[in-house]
Every structure is written in C-alpha cells, then in structure tokens.
Design a binder for this molecule. Structure first.
Ligand SMILES: [Zn+2]
Length: 157
C-alpha cells in the first residue's frame, strides 16, 4: 500500500544490512605512487611547472594552474612534519580504544598536500604542530597505505 507522506518523520523505516564491496582503481598517478611506495619505499610527489608546488599524493595535473605536472616525479626527502592532528578515543564502531590513538596530517617542506596517517611512539599530549616525523615501513609491502605502518617522531641524525 502506498501512503502519502507529508513529513519525513512519517516515513517507515526498515532496519537491515546490505553487504557492499567496493573496488576502486588507483588511476595512473595512484598506481605509480603505490608502486614506488611498495618497491622503493619512496613517497613520490609530482611537480607543477607553473606554481612550482610538488603535489602529494601526486597528480597528473595541477588543480590550481590547470597544467600537466612534469617529469621526473620526485621522492620527498627527509622528515615530514605534523600539519594537523587529532586524538582518537573511540574506534569507528564507537567502542572505547584501549589507548588513545593519534591521527595526523603529515606534510613536507615544498609539498602541497600530504598524507593522513597514524602517529605512534609518542604520547598524545606530546604531539605538537610542526613536529618532525618519519615513516615506519612494513617489512612486507603490497602497494597500499598500510605499507607505512605509522609515522613516529623523527630520529635526530
Ligand atoms: Zn600549479
């Protein structure tokens, strides 16, 4: 039977679950980025010839200048820095975490963009904006963001 609904609160609800699986292609730039991650433990950035920004994750064109990025793509060197961060106390399932976790936006000098990843080996209250951090690589890499286990405070050389 069709009921005419005048207010959204009157809509009937059916509770249930629908299993949905997603499969995304990485695209040309993404595939190259993740292969470098897997095979050479490099974070590639693509340079824009006009604004001179290096884009991370790399893109085939600069969204600001509308020009193609140029070869060669460059691996970012040295420590990254914490551009922003948050402290998680609950999981995505809303369950309390045994310990708070830090998730940070990490960037590099001269790079536009960056990566969002876990930050470990530091107490959450000691994390600061601008803190130098470096990746901890997975021993077995598959070409995914999980090839970096997490970031940690950069070791002084
Ligand atoms: Zn540009």
């Amino acid at each position: 039977m069709l009921d005419k609904i005048h207010q959204s609160r009157q809509a009937r609800q059916v509770t249930g679950e629908i299993p949905i699986h997603h499969r995304y292609t990485l695209g040309v730039a993404g595939e190259r980025f993740f292969k470098a991650l897997r095979d050479r433990q490099e974070l590639l950035a693509s340079p824009c010839p006009q604004c001179r920004d290096r884009l991370l994750p790399p893109k085939l064109y600069c969204e600001r200048c509308f020009v193609e990025t140029t070869e060669p793509w460059e691996a970012v060197e040295g420590a990254g820095f914490v551009r922003s961060f948050t402290v998680l106390h609950r999981s995505l399932e809303e369950e309390a975490l045994p310990r708070p976790e830090v998730v940070a936006m990490i960037s590099w000098p001269g790079v536009r963009g960056g990566l969002i990843h876990r930050l470990q080996e530091v107490e959450p209250h000691r994390v600061t904006l601008g803190m130098a951090v470096s990746p901890v690589w997975a021993p077995q890499r598959v070409g995914a963001m999980s090839d970096i286990l997490y970031f940690r405070p950069a070791q002084a050389d």
